[in-house]
Design a protein around this ligand. Structure first.
Ligand SMILES: [Zn+2]
Ligand SMILES: [Zn+2]
Length: 324
C-alpha cells in the first residue's frame, strides 16, 4: 500500500488508486475506486461504459474479458466477476506461481444486473469488509423486493407517490430490475439516466422508465414509483409531485430496521456487498493462507480470522464502502 493506492511493484501498476498514476487497474466504477485523472485505465469489458461515465469518455481504457490474461512485466493479470455492480471485478495477480487476489467490492448472491461472483483460489486474498460484523446478514433479494413492491401497492392505494432512494450507480438499477412494472409507471431522477442506459446497452433487462421531468402536467403521481439518489427530492420536486412516501435502500438499514432513523427514514435492507456469512464463506473458498482486510470493519474481521487460525492483517486504504 502506498500513498497513491495499492501498488504492484513487479507489474508497475496500481489497483483502484486515489491519486494520479500511469497505470490504474480499476475494479469497478464507484467513485471511491474509480477516480478521474489516471493516464491509463484497465477494467472489465462489462464495466467499460460505466467507467467512462465516471472518469471521462475520452480516457485511455483497456478492457479485458473476464478470465482473459494479460502480462505486465512478467506479472500475469486477469479480472474475475465480483457480483457487486455492472462490470465489477476481482483482480488476480500471479508472479512465479504466487497468486494474490484483490476483491474490490463484492457480493456472492447473484442478481440479474451483473455477472455473478466467481470464487478464485489464491495464496493471499485482499478483501473488503464493509459489512464485516455478524449483525449484517441479508435476506434473499427476492424477499426484499417483494416487500418493496408491497410497499408501492400500499402507498398507491392510500394516495401517495413512492420514492425509493438508492445510490445512482448499481443500487438503483438493481432495484429497478426487482420492481413489478405491472403495479404502475416507474420514473427515475435525471441523474440516474446515464447509468440505467449503460446497463440497458450492456444487455441487462430492465423495466421501462421515464425521467420525472417528462411526466404530463396533470399526471397522478400517486400511482408512480420514483427512483432517486439520496437527498435529490428537493422541495420543488415535492411541491410538484404532491403527497409522497420515501424509503431508503441500503445495507446500513439492517441496524435501523423497524425504527425511524434520523430524518424519519424508512428503509429496505438491500446491499451490493457481502454480508458476514458470505464474507466468511468467500474467504474460505479462496483457500488463501493469508488474508488482508480493508475498508469496513477490518479490525474485527482480522481478529476473528486470527482466532480461526488464519494469518490476517489490516490494510489501510482510502476506499470508503457503501456511499457516494
Ligand atoms: Zn463499490
Ligand atoms: Zn468500496
Amino acid at each position: 500500500m502506498t500513498n497513491r493506492g495499492l501498488f504492484c511493484p513487479a507489474g508497475d501498476f496500481y489497483i483502484d488508486p486515489w491519486r494520479s498514476v500511469d497505470r490504474a487497474v480499476v475494479t469497478h466504477a464507484h467513485s471511491d475506486h474509480a477516480r478521474p485523472g489516471m493516464r491509463n485505465y484497465l477494467c472489465s469489458a462489462e464495466g467499460e461504459t460505466v467507467l467512462r461515465l465516471r472518469v471521462g469518455a475520452k480516457s485511455a481504457i483497456q478492457a479485458l474479458e473476464y478470465g482473459e490474461v494479460v502480462e505486465m512485466n512478467g506479472v500475469k493479470l486477469s479480472l474475475h466477476p465480483a457480483g457487486h455492480i455492472l462490470g465489477s471485478s476481482q483482480v488476480r495477480v500471479e508472479l512465479n506461481g504466487e497468486v494474490i487476489v484483490v476483491s474490490g467490492d463484492y457480493k456472492t448472491e447473484a442478481d440479474s444486473t451483473c455477472t455473478p461472483f466467481e470464487p478464485v483460489k489464491c495464496h493471499t486474498f485482499i478483501t473488503e469488509s464493509t459489512f464485516g460484523l455478524p449483525i449484517y446478514t441479508w435476506a434473499k433479494e427476492g424477499a426484499v423486493f417483494s416487500q418493496v413492491n408491497d410497499w408501492w401497492r400500499n402507498n398507491q392505494a392510500e394516495g401517495f407517490a413512492s420514492v425509493l432512494y438508492g445510490y445512482s450507480l448499481g443500487k438503483s438499477q438493481r432495484a429497478l430490475a426487482g420492481l413489478d412494472p405491472g403495479i404502475g409507471p416507474i420514473f427515475e431522477h435525471e441523474t440516474l439516466r446515464p447509468y440505467t442506459n449503460a446497463y440497458r446497452s450492456a444487455g441487462i433487462q430492465l423495466p421501462k422508465t421515464k425521467t420525472i421531468g417528462r411526466a404530463k402536467e396533470d399526471f397522478d403521481w400517486a400511482t408512480a414509483m420514483i427512483l432517486a439518489p439520496p437527498g435529490s427530492m428537493t422541495s420543488a420536486w415535492r411541491a410538484h409531485i404532491g403527497p409522497m412516501r420515501t424509503a431508503f435502500m441500503s445495507g446500513w438499514m439492517a441496524v435501523r430496521k423497524g425504527s425511524r432513523g434520523r430524518g424519519g427514514q424508512f428503509g429496505f435492507v438491500v446491499s451490493d456487498h457481502v454480508d458476514w456469512p458470505s464474507l466468511m464463506s468467500a474467504i474460505a473458498a479462496t483457500e488463501a493462507e493469508r488474508v488482508l482486510v480493508t475498508h469496513g470493519f477490518s479490525k474485527t474481521v482480522v481478529r476473528y480470522l486470527r482466532e480461526t487460525g488464519l494469518e490476517a492483517y489490516e490494510l489501510g486504504s482510502e476506499w470508503t464502502g457503501e456511499q457516494e
